[in-house]
Design a protein around this ligand. Sequence first.
Ligand code: FES
Length: 174
Amino acid sequence: MSTRPLVAARPETIAEVTFDATLEERIVDLLRRYPTRRAAILPVLWLCQERYGWISPGVIRAVAQRLGESPAFVEGVVSFYTMYYTRPPARYVLQVCTTLSCAYCGGKELVEHLKGRLGISFGEKTPDGEFQLIGVQCLGACGGAPVVQINDDYFEQLDIKRLDGLLDELTGRR
Ligand code: FES
């Protein structure tokens, strides 16, 4: 499994954000491919999340300024998508699809198992900051139900045994 651990910037380090030359260069490159700055908001936010690990209020203000939008508009976009983290994430974020196809193909059992094994509920992190559990709507991979996304990777047709194997492997990386 190749899943990269997430590295989140500490809140105080991105309370105010100025894009460095490398990030600005990547943003400029992105903006060339879109008809308006607003149209590039999702990939620009994604770049920022790659760089800082999450989207802080400081990142929202910086993106708003760069794209000529209001912070409220950018915050509305960020809060709509579960792929953006609005708080520092754990090293491994497990997004479990709770929509119908997954729920009826074993997803409900996976959720109960994960909650029991990790000792957390949706929206929580383990005390050591290693794992975080999020319930999400359809991940767009219904044919592979049940689906769990771990950081940037999808894992499909999961059962409890395979899921435990994945968690064992990630835990062993500490
Ligand atoms: S219902 Fe789970 S991926 Fe679509």
